[in-house]
Design a protein around this ligand. Sequence first.
Ligand code: B12
Length: 272
Amino acid sequence: MSAQLTLHEVAESLNVHYMTVYRYVRLGLLPARKSHGQWRVEQADLAAFRSEARGTGDADAPWAARLESRMMVGDATGAWGVVEAALGAGRTPASIYSEVLAPAMESIGRRWERGEVDVADEHLASAVAMRIVGRLGPRFGRRGRTRGTVLCAMPEGDQHGLGSAMVADVIRAAGFETLDLGANTPLSAVTLAVRRLEDLTALCLSINNSQAVERGREIVAAVKEIDPGLVVLAGGRAVRSEDAATRLGVDGWGTTLADAVDLVEAAATADR
Ligand code: B12
């Protein structure tokens, strides 16, 4: 047998039905990559599957690793299947973001740093991740009176839009109206939005690319000129210290989705 096995060969080797193996693959329990239109499994992955005896139990499933395995091959359907299975096992949409999707992206980042995955894999995974956020996003709505409006944005030159989208969703779930300008937003677009939106509770900046920090600082300065009382918050990989936040000129910073919600809630209750 070759180092790569067909699903039929895997089924034979595990002594299970072909459809059972197909399910393992699409739910991220057994890594597989498509070749000439057919899923192929590496011998080493099959050996790991056997020894870990991951089996089919969903309860203790390593969700982030399973999602990562589907995202890495651009399998949007399978990736959504993993998310649905996690939701079915009692995970909330917010915990899917913070404990499944974000860790999967971080793991891909670490593998990219180590040279284990290439940029094409990273793009495939990011495209699938954006689809997941698109499908999960509507589940973050909350009925009732709005507690305020929050604008989310990333400076021009920063393409990492996932974090900002997730931040917007969890803040919406906390009862705020959110508008996410997304990745790569020109300064003029941010200032226009700030002028249009009266009574903003806060502006949340996400910055991942350190090359975009200077643009971020320009945004903070420009919006403070329009509205000196506007609370500006920041987060993302390029904002991981008090020093970085001071240089940006923001009023608060954090590293997690929960931090973003806490900071916005504090801004909403503080006197302006
Ligand atoms: C996916 C990815 C990409 C994708 C982005 C696709 C997309 N649509 O988002 C693509 C392939 C396009 C990409 C490109 C590049 N990338 Co990239 N990328 C990543 C990767 C692997 C994951 C990013 C991600 O989505 N994380 C998941 C989200 C949820 O995390 P997050 O954004 O940090 O948000 C979390 C927190 O920060 C926080 N948060 C976010 N915002 C806010 C706001 C507030 C107020 C608060 C409180 C909290 C908060 O909450 C979120 C949930 O936990 C990271 C590695 C990593 N470990 O992050 C590198 C990484 C961010 N990329 C990096 C680099 C260098 C690049 C490139 C320059 C590579 C290149 N040579 O071309 C380009 C730059 C493109 C550009 N102009 O911006 C570096 C950045 C280093 C730096 N600080 O400058 C990283 C860290 C990888 C690394 N270790 O080197 N990348």
